[in-house]
Design a protein around this ligand. Structure first.
Ligand SMILES: C[S@@+](CC[C@H](N)C(=O)[O-])C[C@H]1O[C@@H](n2cnc3c(N)ncnc32)[C@H](O)[C@@H]1O
Length: 331
């Protein structure tokens, strides 16, 4: 699913790479929220290729991958060597670097960055603003108190992120991002995460956790609307010297659905979705597991029940992604 959304952003990214001012050297490209880097290879390769086509082949390019300190950076550096799609393969004068620090803080010296990229990351809140009593995802709760706390946190995080990025971007720099968002009331996550919450409720019903423990299992993700994303820019047309060049909502197709339609294999379809969901949420869920449960056993049990539920009622999972392009005011 991540790769499908990234493919939808590539034309915006290529246009940003083609038009950004690269008169200063080295060219600095930053990948914010890189995880293990598997999905960064194609966009970073695209950026390197466009830079090479615009100026002479030996222009030095630094590619800075950033994520939280707990991120598995070893796998990222391993992938740079061994992944068949690595942008390092056959490249020269390309210098990969990594920073383990939250992007809600300054990451690089002022005016350093030419191009910024971030996918499937900015929906995570900087902190768990509030536990949701009625959903596993904070941003899908129907509680007015939770909705208000999530909206306030997401608004403040967005302004903080924009302010930090603006400081480190050069005049004329560009930033392209794609992250989970909502189309008014609909998010596209209703089926998948509804079943995850129901699997947790099944565990409570079977006495594996209390009601209070169930409530504490909250994923701190909020889903902004396009209006929320535009909000900081509304008053003056810019925010922190950044202009919102492009904003739209993309419905990302389910990468596993065509195969399921062909094979009818419900178990395989459910396993693919359960594995994908566990990959992005498993570490967080282990961290909020009830104290009475062993963390891995808790996550194993939850995802085994989740997978069973998905196989009983397969549906296409089609989340919305906001596609955003920002540019820093030229000098
Ligand atoms: C779902 S992964 C996306 C990885 C990759 N960009 C992709 O598109 O596949 C989200 C990543 O964002 C990172 N992340 C979340 N909050 C962050 C923060 N405040 N600062 C830096 N990285 C963050 C997570 O650690 C995780 O690696």
């Amino acid at each position: 699913m991540q790769a499908t959304g990234i493919a939808a952003l590539l034309s915006l990214w290529e246009a940003a790479c083609q038009t950004v001012d690269i008169s200063d050297r080295p060219v600095t490209i930053v990948d914010y929220g890189c995880s293990q880097g598997r999905n960064s290879m194609i966009p970073m390769r695209k950026a390197v290729d466009v830079m090479r086509s615009r100026v002479d082949a030996s222009i030095p390019i630094e590619v800075v991958h950033t994520d939280l300190p707990s991120n598995d950076f070893s796998s990222l550096f391993e992938a740079l060597i061994s992944d068949p799609n690595s942008y390092m393969t056959g490249s020269s004068d390309v210098f990969p670097l990594a920073i383990g620090k939250s992007y809600f803080a300054p990451l690089l010296p002022p005016g350093r960055v030419h191009l910024g990229w971030s996918t499937w990351s900015l929906q995570w809140m900087s902190t768990n603003a509030i536990d949701a009593p009625d959903h596993i995802l904070a941003g899908m709760s129907r509680s007015p108190a939770v909705a208000a706390a999530v909206a306030a946190q997401q608004a403040s995080d967005w302004e903080c992120f924009l302010t930090q990025r603006s400081r480190e971007m050069r005049p004329g720099a560009k930033f392209v991002a794609g992250f989970t968002a909502r189309a008014n009331a609909e998010t596209g996550w209703e089926w998948l995460l509804g079943e995850l919450w129901s699997a947790l409720a099944d565990m409570r019903r079977d006495g594996l956790l209390s009601e209070q423990e169930q409530e504490q299992v909250t994923i701190p993700i909020g889903l902004r609307s396009l209006e929320d994303i535009k909000a900081p820019f509304r008053q003056s047309g810019s925010f922190a010297e950044l202009a919102l060049e492009h904003l739209d909502l993309v419905k990302v197709s389910d990468p596993f659905w065509p195969e399921f339609e062909g094979s009818g294999d419900r178990l395989a379809f459910a396993r693919q979705h359960a594995d994908m969901t566990r990959a992005w949420s498993g570490p967080l869920l282990a961290g909020v597991a009830p104290a009475s449960c062993e963390q891995t056993a808790f996550v194993d049990e939850l995802f085994s029940r989740f997978e069973r539920r998905l196989s009983e009622d397969p549906k296409p999972h089609e989340p919305y992604m906001a596609a955003v392009v920002l540019s820093k005011k030229p000098q």
